[in-house]
Design a protein around this ligand. Structure first.
Ligand code: OKP
Ligand code: ZN
Length: 350
């Protein structure tokens, strides 16, 4: 008998429909579309490997402050309210708040509408719209519920989180992420007596937010495999030299890989990453799962194939740990759902 798989998604996710990012001064279409979750929902329902259920939680607000700064949480909510007021005034559902200036020192103070916009966001890819806060909360509820299912002895859970979370810092949005879903789940486990949790981040982009949140935390091991930050977002972090700090020294690992990385090189690297996790002897494994490593992804530059995700899933299953899979990126929406199903089927198979 294989593992049973519980899968949940938030009906609030699709309220968040960003239209643009600002890239090098130009408006480009935003990649985090509702098509993404649609693709996953459709593929999961057709595959019959999971009984996918919509989930609306009412609890995550009690846990957000463990992971995020209260000033930041207030900012997200009030910017979202502001955007929705402007949307009404202008009769335009697409009103989006972008920053023009970011804080440049630790004693930065925001005292007007221009500085307030930029205080808690690190790039111009992460607009705040009228429904962004609500959707981000819905997404985080799904991650939290996933962690609860692990504590209730579920062996394998899939949380379809959208918007994604792994770039979100304790006090900043960025990289199309607002609330760090994986960090919220890991901190929930910690608060419930779990001494050791591992996070494996296999999104194409370095999970700078998750790394940063647990950088000084020896209880949460963070292991990242991603496109070399010399070549790609988030640019400033994701290097091998970043190993953790203070009590967390030695509990952070980065495996940057070059553009065009194929199944073979990825497999070799993943096995090293999984060895590190095995030696840590965690009680639970959270996987920040992005599929922008796929060969047809419009923003990632790796060459992984759909069947390879099943292979990767099997290697992770061999750790023999309870696993929560948290959805991160993946922008080839025509095949995203099939990639998710391939990965989950590897985790299931005995
Ligand atoms: C979010 B996740 C510029 C591309 C920069 C930001 C990437 C955010 C990725 N045109 N886009 O999948 O890790
Ligand atoms: Zn990504």
């Amino acid at each position: 008998m294989g593992k049973e798989l519980s899968a949940i998604y938030s009906p609030l996710s699709d309220l968040h429909r960003p239209k643009h990012e600002i890239f090098n001064g130009d408006k480009k279409s935003h990649q985090d579309t509702p098509q993404r979750s649609k693709s996953i929902i459709y593929a999961l329902q057709s595959s019959k490997i999971a009984d996918l259920q919509p989930f609306v939680g009412h609890e995550v607000k009690l846990y957000l402050e463990t992971t995020h700064d209260i000033g930041y949480l207030t900012y997200l909510q009030s910017m979202s309210r502001y955007a929705s007021r402007l949307s009404e005034e202008r009769n335009d559902p697409d009103v989006s708040i972008y920053p023009s200036i970011h804080p440049y020192t630790s004693y930065a103070r925001a005292s007007n509408s221009i500085s307030r916009r930029g205080l808690y966001v690190f790039d111009t890819y992460t607009p705040i719209m009228g429904s962004t806060y609500e959707a981000a909360i819905g997404s985080a509820e799904v991650a939290l519920a996933g962690a609860k299912l692990l504590l209730a002895n579920e062996p394998l859970v899939y949380s379809l989180c959208r918007p994604s979370g792994h770039h979100a810092l304790r006090a900043m949005a960025g990289g199309m992420c607002y609330l760090n879903n994986a960090a919220i789940a890991a901190n929930y486990l910690k608060q419930h007596g779990i001494k050791k949790t591992a996070v494996l981040d296999i999104d194409f982009h370095h999970g700078n937010g998750t790394q940063d949140i647990f950088y000084e935390d020896p209880n949460v091991l963070v292991v990242n495999i991603h496109g070399d930050p010399k070549q790609t977002f988030p640019h400033f972090t994701g290097y091998v030299e970043e190993t953790g700090q203070g009590k967390g020294e030695g509990s952070n690992f980065n495996f940057p890989l070059p553009a065009q990385t194929d199944n073979h090189l990825y497999r070799q690297t993943a096995l090293k990453a999984l060895d590190i996790i095995r030696r840590f002897q965690p009680e639970y494994l959270l996987v920040s799962a992005g599929f922008d490593t796929h060969e047809s992804d419009p923003i990632g530059s790796f060459g992984l194939t759909t069947p390879f995700y099943q292979d990767l899933g099997k290697s992770i299953k061999n750790l023999d740990l309870p696993v929560l899979v948290i959805q991160e990126g993946g922008y080839a929406s025509d095949i995203l759902g099939l990639n998710v199903v391939s990965f989950l089927s590897g985790l299931l198979r005995t």
